[in-house]
Design a protein around this ligand. Sequence first.
Ligand code: COA
Length: 171
Amino acid sequence: MNIIIETNRLLLRTFTEDDAALIYDLNLDPDVIRYTHDPIKDLSHASEILEKVIIPQYALYNHGRWAVHVKATLEFLGWCGLKYRAELNEIDLGYRFKKEGWGKGYATEAAYATIQYGFEKIGLQRIVARAEIENIGSWKVLEKCGMTYIGDEEVDGYSVKTYEIWNPSVR
Ligand SMILES: CC(C)(COP(=O)(O)OP(=O)(O)OC[C@H]1O[C@@H](n2cnc3c(N)ncnc32)[C@H](O)[C@@H]1OP(=O)(O)O)[C@@H](O)C(=O)NCCC(=O)NCCS
């Protein structure tokens, strides 16, 4: 396990090509993708996402979306991490957890640690995140992590709240 971040309760590690079933199962739950609108068709689609989208980011940008596990049991919870969005020239914070892991503060713990990693370990200047207006749990996570609401946007026909946070030491 290539662990990138360790928090009080969680381990964040790089995904590998062997993790297709984990992300396929995660996205099978309609409640998990209610606000993300990105079902995964089958296992080979999951493998393609890992190989073409998730894994290449690690080497290109020194960050990415990481698998999140409960430290005590190694149970897979979901993912959290950063993603470079070339079309916006922005670093995006994202997360997605299995329903069994909701309501325990795991998302906030993982997201907060990810922001600290981005600023302290890789010297990012700014991190941005977007959450649908109806996805209250998600934008609460962003607010609990100290991100600032900067306005509403329309993305692919959905209304989203946009947040940012600046690295205090490089601004
Ligand atoms: C978004 C998500 C990660 C939040 O997970 P979580 O376990 O609820 O997160 P946390 O426990 O760290 O914190 C969520 C906060 O929002 C609150 N919250 C959650 N749902 C809420 C709702 N419907 N109304 C009001 N508050 C809500 C929680 O009470 C908590 O606040 P608190 O600590 O002050 O009580 C989880 O719902 C998820 O994985 N959803 C599917 C994927 C997704 O939508 N990802 C985000 C895309 S932008």
